[in-house]
Design a protein around this ligand. Structure first.
Ligand SMILES: Cc1ncc(C[n+]2csc(CCOP(=O)(O)OP(=O)(O)O)c2C)c(N)n1
Ligand SMILES: [Mg+2]
Length: 340
């Protein structure tokens, strides 16, 4: 049974749409979004101390997208992620302590410390990997979706890519291939308005990304990616259709990133006050919490309790990552090359 109560929309107006999830699912969604946010906020602090090797791209601000989509998936559904992949990993169920250790390059990490932030993978969770190559997830997921289609198991594949990667040939070729083979793939375009320092309007030849999908014969839906409920509903419909053999689709989520492109980015290309405005008005966690508490389904105390639990989880993850051993030189080539 879903609960009917007024919901506040992003512009502050009240909508009478029912909140379409049971309380347990709402709490689970909040926990996932809060875990991603705290993971990223903490990485922001820890990275500045200089102990974390490599590059880190934070997903803070974009949590509703990964969470709203992944709630429709099981471990046997596959996802292919991006360079900004921590949120996708957490929402797909990858262990948070192992992820943190991976980012610190430690042997207890998801990939034994060999991948780092941009190569976290966990095939047991259907997480085929973050990816440092823009647009590389799209052909990967076509392969996974073709395998699911051949097995006839109803599995789906989701590939995430940004507004910049949307211009990569690999993404466009994959859309065509998915249409031709009627693959169970959802192409999720995470449009946060920037590719590094380049604005989406500068770099894109169409005003509407859905026109691209239509050009390949794919249906497309565009939603406010800061609204968990909008993402969850659109993703649910597209995923159910793909599972039933209805073919691929594009889902565009319009969203904001709270931090720079990478940690250390001076963000001079953003408007003055842009980050503050987004934190105040386009914070998907706040929008979600306001709705479910205003509707009387979840209490402020329940939100506060979950915030404390997640804060402890992240504290533990950082402490254990810091104290975990480095990989030994003897491990250098294990799990890296396959011997044919
Ligand atoms: C094939 C390729 N070209 C260029 C890069 C360098 N690069 C890394 S991230 C990035 C911008 C990505 O922007 P977008 O796809 O919008 O994702 P966002 O960072 O906004 O999440 C670029 C150009 C790369 N990693 N791979
Ligand atoms: Mg972008």
């Amino acid at each position: 049974m879903s609960i009917t109560s007024p919901m506040q929309t992003a512009d502050g107006a009240l909508s009478n749409n029912p909140i379409p999830l049971e309380k347990d699912a709402l709490l689970a969604a909040y926990r996932t979004m809060r875990t991603i946010r705290d993971f990223e906020e903490r990485l922001h602090v820890e990275f500045a101390k200089g102990d974390i090797p490599g590059f880190v791209h934070l997903y803070a601000g974009e949590e509703a997208c990964a969470t709203g989509i992944m709630m429709h998936l099981t471990d046997s559904d596959r996802i292919a992620s991006t360079h900004r992949g921590h949120g996708h990993c957490i929402a797909k169920g990858v262990d948070v302590e192992e992820m943190m250790a991976e980012i610190y390059g430690k042997s207890s990490g998801s990939c034994r410390g060999k991948g780092g932030s941009m190569h976290i993978a966990d095939l047991s969770k259907g997480m085929m990997g973050a990816n440092g190559i823009l647009g590389a997830g799209a052909p990967l997921i076509c392969g996974a979706a073709l395998a699911a289609k051949c097995r006839g198991d109803g599995g789906v594949g989701i590939t995430f890519f940004g507004d910049g990667a949307a211009n990569q040939g690999t993404v466009l070729e994959s859309m065509n291939l998915a249409a031709v083979w009627n693959l169970p793939v959802i192409f999720v375009l995470e449009n946060n308005g920037y590719a590094e320092a380049t604005s989406v309007t500068y770099a894109t030849g169409v005003d509407n990304f859905l026109d691209r999908a239509h050009g390949f014969g794919l249906p497309g839906v565009s939603v406010d990616g800061t609204d968990f409920f909008a993402v969850h509903k659109a993703a649910g419909e597209l995923i159910a259709k793909a599972r039933a053999g209805g073919g691929p689709a594009l889902l565009e989520c319009k969203m904001v990133r709270f931090y720079g492109h990478f940690e250390g980015d001076s963000q001079t290309y953003k408007a003055k006050g842009e980050n503050d405005f987004n934190r105040l008005n386009r914070d998907c966690l706040k929008i979600f919490a306001d709705r479910v508490t205003a509707a009387g389904i979840v209490s402020d105390a329940e939100i506060a309790l979950m915030d404390r639990e997640v804060a402890n989880l992240i504290d533990d993850a950082v402490s254990s990552a810091k104290s975990a051993p480095q990989p030994t030189p003897q491990e250098l080539t294990s799990d890296v090359y396959v011997s044919y």
